[in-house]
Design a protein around this ligand. Structure first.
Ligand code: GLU
Length: 551
């Protein structure tokens, strides 16, 4: 009786019943085995690789099984809310090919299981908190911060588990009349779960409960014994309570979340039990780790590692297909093997499974991403690459728009060496690409490398002078190179590097040094793809202009 009175006292305005909500959000009508997953980011404005990593798992599980993947905005911690954050989340994930079937969108909710923004669901949380109070499974707690600190200090002295539980939970048995008095006097309170665990107080070891995790297998976790807060003094739910209520009512079948939530899993187990609901399948993903300079594995950190932010990949201009391909290699241990066997298959044909996920820390490695990106970009036609780079430049690097003024020219440049029998893999990400090809554009051209030491200043001029004099844009590659050999021999350089190696005293250097002089004049660099092909793309006029510049 008193529990019911208490429930009315705390939640007089809550009229809907739990049954009504159950009816409003019925079991989903999906084919057998279809998975319902969700991403529940906090709108902090910072969206990171961990979000994308998790979202990828969610997306694959749902879409491979004919299920639903939805977006829920977890904004119960209003201190962290950043204007425009929802747009950032949707845009950033969308850029990497992660799209939602349901949930929060920029134009309101889409789907029948909303509202999909937690701050709009206060009534719902209160309804279920009311139910727990009415059943004696939750109660109002008026402990002040000071009192809690005092309890904790006492527990430290007694060497018992800290927290509000058992006999330390002073308000467990408060009557409705007492509570009413305190509320009338304006005393703030939270609502706590009345946990069944005893925290080892009976002298027995803390009981353990089993949870089947799709990534980690059967987990044995200590049962919860804390009277955790389910509604804060503001009436807003804690993560624990919102998670359980939302994932039940939204009929989530698989909860994919970071390993940092493993420690609170016992709370969620108890909450699902107390509410009489089945638990979803948990999939606790591994932490993203990297190797630091000393070769030690450590967690990626927001402060130290710019590559943790998704903005980093957008700004550097990684192609989304490369990032997806890379993520799958760290997500599923058998992906690389599959890719070797199916080099041209769509990434969506790979059967992703939680069993093949690492549970001990996924190693993130930018060099590996770059390697994968080289292969992925090789398969993207130049015209598509052009479109991608152009829109990247418009957004992130307007200083490079010159590169995209002439599509035909830019595409030829991008394709340089990509169609050879052994194709070149020079292209990695947009910032690297625009830098790599910048010498094709007068405004971006600069001399980056020094002339080879083997060739003195006088010879440099002589080489360029002769090269210009004999230059014929119509020469084929063989005729062109013969001319360089002739210049080299005339000036005392070996026509073949191996002759120089055999008798270094007889020569000033070799033909390679001579062509480096030409390379630097043309491209400003000592290393580049094939010079003859570059000249063909640049055209005669630019070629001559570059050479004359140094005379
Ligand atoms: N809002 C939580 C977070 O951002 C979501 C955790 C979950 O997926 O349950 O970490």
């Amino acid at each position: 009786m008193d529990n019911l009175k208490m429930a009315e006292l705390l939640f007089p305005h809550i009229e809907k019943t739990p049954e009504e909500y159950e009816k409003m959000y019925p079991e989903r009508n999906l084919p057998e085995g279809a998975k319902v997953t969700r991403l529940g980011p906090s709108p902090t404005g910072f969206i990171h690789l961990g979000n994308l990593y998790g979202a990828f798992v969610d997306e694959r599980l749902a879409h491979q099984s004919g299920g639903v993947f939805y977006l829920r905005i977890e904004d119960t911690d209003d201190k962290r809310y950043v204007e425009g954050a929802v747009k950032t989340i949707i845009d950033s994930l969308g850029f990497f090919g992660i799209n939602f079937d349901e949930g929060a969108t920029l134009n309101g909710d889409m789907g029948d299981y909303g509202d999909y923004t937690q701050s709009h669901r206060e009534e719902i949380y209160k309804c279920f908190a009311k139910k727990l109070v009415a059943e004696g499974k939750a109660y109002p707690c008026f402990l002040t911060e000071d009192e809690i600190a005092e309890i904790r200090a006492g527990q430290e002295a007694e060497k018992v588990n800290p927290g509000i539980y058992g006999r330390y939970a002073r308000y467990r048995d408060i009557t409705a009349a007492e509570a009413e008095e305190k509320i009338k006097a304006g005393q703030p309170y939270v609502v706590r779960l009345r946990s069944d665990g005893d925290g080892g107080a009976s002298g027995d070891d803390i009981k353990r409960v089993k949870v089947n995790d799709a990534i980690r297998g059967i987990l044995e976790v200590p049962e919860n014994f804390q009277d955790v807060v389910i509604l804060k003094a503001t009436g807003i739910p804690t993560y624990h309570f919102a998670h359980v209520v939302d994932d039940h009512l939204m009929r989530t079948t698989h909860v994919v979340r970071g390993a940092e939530w493993l420690s609170s899993l016992p709370i969620h187990v108890e909450l699902f039990g107390k509410l009489g609901w089945d638990m979803p399948v948990y999939c606790h993903t591994a932490q993203l780790m990297k190797l630091d300079e000393e070769g030690n594995k450590r967690k990626l950190s927001k402060r130290k590692d710019p590559e943790l932010s998704l903005t980093y990949y957008r700004d550097q201009g990684y192609h989304p297909a490369a990032v997806r391909e890379y993520l799958l290699t760290i997500l599923n241990s058998n992906f690389e093997e599959w890719r070797m066997e199916n080099p041209d298959a769509s990434i969506d044909d790979f059967e992703f499974t939680t069993e093949k996920m690492s549970n001990s820390g996924a190693l993130f490695d930018l060099n590996k991403l770059n390697d994968i990106s080289k292969d992925v970009l090789l398969k993207i036609p130049a015209s598509e690459l052009y479109d991608f780079l152009k829109s990247w430049a418009e957004e992130f690097a307007p200083e490079y728009t010159e590169i995209f003024a002439d599509r035909e020219y830019a595409e030829k440049i991008l394709d340089l060496g990509r169609n050879d029998a052994k194709p070149r893999k020079d292209l990695v990400y947009a910032r690297q690409i625009v830098d790599f090809i910048s010498y094709f554009f007068d405004d971006l051209f600069k001399t980056e490398d020094e002339m080879p030491a083997e060739v003195n200043a006088e010879d440099q001029k002589e080489i360029l002078k002769r090269y210009l004099q004999t230059y014929d844009h119509g020469d084929d590659q063989g005729a062109w190179f013969d001319k360089i050999r002739a210049i080299a021999s005339d000036l005392g350089y070996a026509a073949k590097p191996k002759d120089f190696k055999k008798n270094p005293d007889q020569y000033k250097g070799h033909v390679g040094h001579v062509s480096t002089v030409i390379r630097i004049a043309l491209m400003g660099r000592a290393q580049s793809p094939d010079v003859w092909t570059i000249q063909q793309i640049m055209g005669e006029e630019m070629t001559r202009r570059r050479l004359e510049r140094l005379l």
